[in-house]
Design a protein around this ligand. Structure first.
Ligand code: CP
Ligand code: NVA
Length: 302
């Protein structure tokens, strides 16, 4: 039995594959080609954490491609009562054509992929959020042209979304400046991986220095799902809030991006997220189109 085409993390796939998936997503968005290549296919979505965008964009996307979706909530399934991920993978593989999971521990994603005989898609773990980055790169390029050689600044927590930005910087060939407090830096192994791949990923603790002349400024919540210590996080992250003063240091046509949900007045001000440089609604929309490319690639329909 050949290994299924899993979409686990951007560092696990090569640049041409990621570009082909994005191109397919863009073609679906334009309405080109076979619009229902997944007729008769079923995707199960497993959620062990809340979601709005990921759930609805996968569900709508699969239906638009001609397929069907089954949603399994962790708590209302036997996973919530302790059935192993490995056994769940073996069983679901007998029923459906692909599995998407949103969970906490990345080891659960790995276990699912190791025991599933159908493709597994990472819909976010505590360690990464690769589907988000496919939509983010698509959005940047729609507004500002090729991302290769450009500069993106991440302001805030060195969290799961930041980790996928590191993977994306290496695979899509752009410079990434990470402006994060010392206590909330991304894992050292991630930065070592970027350096070993020849990536241009730098840590800058000073937000204004990191944002200067950037082509895009991106941030995310200060308190991710599952995080505690909210008060100390707020104190550490306040200097990284994206406001108009900070955005003014970026290039005049710089974009503002945020994966959403946003906590207005915390990591970003209303004037920035609702302002002329913000592309957050296009970014949310592109989850749909980029993920149609991902599902089609996983199921061999590109
Ligand atoms: N950006 C994102 O993944 O949103 P949801 O948590 O609503 O799925
Ligand atoms: N970093 C956030 C992203 C939500 C889409 C979280 O994990 O909660």
């Amino acid at each position: 039995m050949s290994t299924p085409k899993h979409f686990l993390d951007l560092d696990r796939l090569d640049a041409p594959t990621l570009r082909a998936i994005l191109d397919a997503g863009a073609a679906f968005k334009r309405g080109d080609g076979n619009r229902v290549p997944l007729e008769g296919k079923t995707l199960v979505l497993i959620f062990e954490k809340p979601s709005t965008r990921t759930r609805v964009s996968f569900e709508a996307g699969m239906m638009q491609l001609g397929g069907r979706v089954i949603v399994l909530e962790g708590e209302s399934s036997q996973i919530g009562r302790g059935e192993s991920i490995a056994d769940t993978a073996r069983v679901l593989s007998r029923y459906v054509d692909a599995i998407m999971i949103r969970t906490d521990d990345p080891a659960k994603l790995a276990e699912l992929a190791a025991h599933a005989s159908v493709p597994v898609i990472n819909g976010l773990t505590d360690a990464s959020h690769p589907c988000q980055l496919m939509a983010d790169v698509m959005t940047f390029e729609e507004h500002s042209g090729p991302i290769k050689g450009r500069t993106v600044t991440w302001c805030g927590d060195g969290n799961n979304v930041a980790a996928s930005w590191v993977h994306a910087a290496v695979r899509f060939g752009f410079s990434l400046r990470l402006a994060c407090p010392e206590l909330l830096l991304p894992a050292p192994a991630l930065l070592e991986w970027a350096a070993s791949e020849g990536g241009d990923v730098t840590l800058v603790t000073d937000a204004p220095a990191a944002v200067r002349d950037a082509d895009c400024v991106v941030t995310d919540t200060w308190v991710s799902m599952g995080d505690d210590a909210a008060e100390s996080r707020h104190n550490l992250l306040a200097p990284y809030r994206v406001d108009e003063k900070l955005m003014a240091l970026a290039k005049p046509d710089a974009l503002f991006m945020h994966c959403l949900p946003a906590h207005r007045g915390e990591e970003v001000t209303d004037s920035v997220i609702d302002g002329p440089r913000s592309v957050v609604w296009d970014e949310a929309e592109n989850r749909l189109h980029a993920q149609k490319g991902i599902i089609a690639w996983c199921l061999g329909a590109l």
